[in-house]
Design a protein around this ligand. Structure first.
Ligand code: SF4
Length: 471
């Protein structure tokens, strides 16, 4: 039988969209320029016999006119609008686009309007099929993961060659989290489940990609969601003599064996989502587990006991929040000598219980804030119940100003845990200075490129996709 398949290799273009760009600005937010691991995962999942090109929209112009057989983008809620602009450019030139990632699963009906194919759920068992279908001229509008796939692929970082990222190596061990915090898109996407790679494959990857003095960031949503597996990983990390950071829930801070293993395996510190110190608010968030064993203060004390720093995150805008709750959080973060801290308003991500509650109460200020040209980064997209959106914005900015004042940086820098060796002390000052600069530097950033002059192209026949995403 004659084959009509082209003799040249199939050409796949992977694009990592930026959040947005201000009018007339080309420079992008420096602190957001970490390696985009989802793009490297897509490259790893693609068949070996195809040509892969990669453009990082944060760092370089995209060569829309280079011929390609398929464009693939992993889309987050904050990058959705920019992804639709990029898709429109490619589709205007006749190149089909496939979109996946968090936002494609949280908002499939919307995303389906801007691409030829949609991947719902994790791409591991689907992406090779997507390429194969396009290669053979039988693309499907929707590819859907029906269960959690095994995590066996190792990211293909060759696509990062020649691009300059922050000097921190991103590595994934596990995905998902078993908790049900009501604001969290992770629990919605993974339906409060957790899965992990084998320890051997993570160690093999680290042996290949980590360099002396380079920090490793385990990007797991919650490293200690699977405590036994996390401990197994840490034991295996000890001989590698790395320095690493990660994110975990508060329960990790009460497990002395885990803390000891963290210290011995080179952990410098972890992010812990404290979110609030107010019990009724933690209950409303469905995060009452943060009150366990004395709560945040005891958790930080334990971490300190093992020489581990804490990056504490706080969010405001719940129904019991007031200027006093914000003030209490800043004082806590300052007094406890947190390495760094984030003070942000809550963001209702589509599909989360928080979003549904605000929507049912008629408190959302936009139909879809992430795709609304009036919306800007750090604007409050809902009506808080105890203050105006503007008051909430200024409380968050004020909290950051106080925490990143030079006097607070100096006071927190005195804590033994933040200067436990020259490396930690140097990073403490550098990272705090960076956050100080960033206090309101990102405010007002448009979602999407404000300099883009095209028209968003919607897919003809998207009714088919709309039907499919509903199933
Ligand atoms: S513990 Fe963290 S990752 Fe898990 S559901 Fe809560 S906020 Fe999300």
């Amino acid at each position: 039988m004659m084959s009509f398949l082209p003799r040249r290799p199939f050409r796949l273009t992977i694009v990592h969209p930026c959040v947005g760009r201000r009018p007339g600005e080309k420079r992008y937010v420096r602190t957001w320029q970490m390696e985009p691991l989802p793009a490297a995962m897509l490259a790893a999942l693609a068949p070996a016999d195809i040509e892969v090109r990669f453009f990082d929209d944060r760092l370089e112009p995209i060569a829309y006119d280079q011929p390609t057989d398929l464009v693939a983008m992993s889309v987050e809620t904050y990058t959705a609008r920019r992804a639709y602009q990029i898709a429109s450019e490619f589709r205007r030139r006749g190149a089909p686009v496939v979109m996946g990632g968090f936002h494609a699963t949280l908002c499939p009906g919307e995303v389906a309007e801007y691409c030829e194919s949609l991947v719902i759920g994790e791409a591991e068992t689907l992406f090779a099929e997507v390429i194969d279908d396009y290669r053979h001229g039988r693309p499907q509008p929707v590819y859907r993961a029906t269960s959690r796939p095994p995590l066996t692929a190792t990211p293909d970082r060759s696509i990062f060659r020649g691009k300059k990222y922050l000097p921190i190596r991103l590595v994934e061990f596990a995905r998902g989290c078993r908790f049900h915090c009501d604001f969290c898109a992770i629990q919605t996407f993974f339906q409060a489940t957790h899965s992990h790679r084998s320890v051997e494959s993570v160690i093999g990857e680290l042996r290949q990609v980590s360099r002396a003095k380079q920090m490793v960031f385990f990007i797991d949503d919650n490293l200690t969601s699977g405590m036994d597996e996390a401990k197994e990983l840490m034991r295996a990390l000890i001989p590698l003599k790395l320095r690493w950071v990660s994110q975990m829930a508060i329960n990790g801070a009460f497990d002395d064996e885990a803390l000891d293993l963290m210290r011995r395996s080179g952990c410098v510190g972890t992010l812990i989502g404290f979110e609030s110190l107010d019990p009724p608010t933690l209950h409303q968030m469905n995060k009452q587990f943060n009150l366990m064993r004395g709560g945040a203060r005891e958790a930080v004390a334990n971490m300190r006991r093992f020489g581990l720093s804490v990056y504490g995150t706080f969010i405001f805008g719940y129904d019991h929040d007031s200027p006093d709750t914000v003030r209490a959080a800043v004082e806590f973060a300052h007094d406890e000598g947190l390495f760094i801290a984030a003070f942000n308003h809550i963001t209702p991500f589509p599909g989360t219980p928080l979003y549904q509650r605000l929507e049912s109460q008629g408190r959302l200020l936009y139909d879809a804030w992430w795709n609304d040209p009036r919306y800007r980064y750090n604007m409050i997209p809902f009506r808080p119940s105890t203050m105006s959106p503007e008051e909430l914005t200024s409380l968050c900015i004020d909290a950051r100003r106080r925490f990143y004042s030079w006097s607070s940086i100096a006071r927190r820098g005195v804590h033994a845990v933040n200067r436990r060796d020259a490396f930690v002390a140097r990073n403490y000052w550098a990272i705090n200075a960076m956050h100080r600069w960033d206090i309101s530097g990102r405010n007002g950033l448009p979602l999407g490129d404000a300099n883009w002059r095209g028209e968003l192209l919607r897919v003809g026949g998207s009714a088919v996709a709309q039907e499919l995403v509903k199933r």
